[in-house]
Design a protein around this ligand. Structure first.
Ligand code: ATP
Ligand code: MG
Length: 300
């Protein structure tokens, strides 16, 4: 294959960040500034460009084959770079084969249903890549950090017990196993940014008039719950990292490295599917040859 530089390097670059079993996972063992031996942005550039071209090729086969779907989930603290990763990594992908869904605070209609409802409706169809910018994982993150957010969900009182978070992990694992068994390949990315780097990025948003629009007061409020969020992320990964839906804990203090890891992980997942363009049956090939001959024979 032509563009296989990142694919060849991929597993070496992504391996330390892929969590398929949560038991021993500790967030403190992961450095947000790690670059796994890749020196700088320039060293990453060529690999990333090559990876994006390869991704485009894989996506075409995924679409043509129309069997598997790929679901990519992104979770992170504010300013960790979710939007930038999505924009850059997917830049070579045909927009017709890809859809992005951003999950914000739930609407009234959404609050009248179970929490997976709005997500399930957006699971990509076969042949497509679906991207969740935030997801049902907010239920064990923002809602866990602010348990009063459970109230508007109008759950029957007797169902809200001290086991609610454990139950949610269990529901999520079961839901993902169900999807995996039905041909949805799931890869989850936690963009792991440090508190210092977040501060730096917030200051840039405040000081650069072109970035002012990105700043939200709510983001600073959530920053004051940093420790609670880190604990919630750690437990989420411990409880929901599985072979069929692994978490990647992606160092996010260097945007160029974040993008490289995400692109590498997506390529690897698609490569494992042994995708190919579907074979055209003999009868169909005969039909195509006949049409070709008649087109060539046209007089005007
Ligand atoms: P950006 O700031 O780059 O536009 P964003 O993903 O931060 O992207 P916002 O509109 O700023 O988008 O934030 C969405 C908010 O919705 C987040 O604070 C998130 O925690 C919140 N949210 C998402 N899902 C839920 C949920 N199920 N319950 C409560 N809050 C939620
Ligand atoms: Mg925001």
């Amino acid at each position: 294959m032509k563009h296989d530089k990142l694919l060849k390097e991929g597993s070496r670059i992504t391996e330390p960040y892929c969590i398929t079993k949560g038991e021993k996972f500790r967030l403190k063992d992961h450095d947000p500034a790690d670059t796994n031996g890749v020196k700088d942005k320039r060293a990453a550039q060529g690999l990333l460009e090559d990876g994006i071209a390869c991704l485009s090729h894989f996506q075409e086969m995924l679409y043509a084959q129309d069997r598997w779907a790929l679901l990519l989930i992104f979770q992170a603290m504010d300013a960790a770079g979710k939007d930038g990763v999505i924009k850059h990594v997917m830049s070579g992908v045909n927009p017709q084969g890809c859809e992005v869904h951003a999950f914000k605070s739930p609407s009234n209609e959404e609050l009248n249903h179970d929490y997976l409802w709005r997500n399930h409706k957006c699971i990509p169809e076969r042949g497509k890549i679906g991207i969740f910018n935030r997801s049902y994982y907010e239920e064990v993150l923002v809602v866990r950090v602010h348990p009063t957010f459970l109230r508007p969900q109008k759950l029957p009182e007797r169902l809200v017990t001290k086991h609610i978070w454990e139950e949610r992990y269990e529901d999520i694992n079961t839901f993902e196993r169900y999807l995996a068994r039905n041909g949805v390949v799931i890869r989850k990315f936690f963009l792991h940014v440090s508190k210092e780097e977040q501060k730096k990025r917030f200051l840039e948003r405040l000081e650069d008039s072109k970035k002012n629009w990105k700043f939200s007061m709510a983001d600073v409020q959530e920053r004051s719950f940093w420790k609670d969020y880190q604990e919630a992320y750690e437990e989420m990964i411990q409880q929901t990292a599985t072979k069929y839906a692994p978490w990647y804990v992606v160092p996010a203090d260097n945007k160029w490295f974040t993008r490289l890891v995400v692109a590498g992980a997506i390529l690897e997942s698609l490569n494992e599917l042994n995708l190919s363009f579907p074979d055209v049956e003999k009868a169909k090939r005969k039909e195509l040859a006949a049409v070709r001959a008649s087109l060539l024979a046209e007089k005007d």
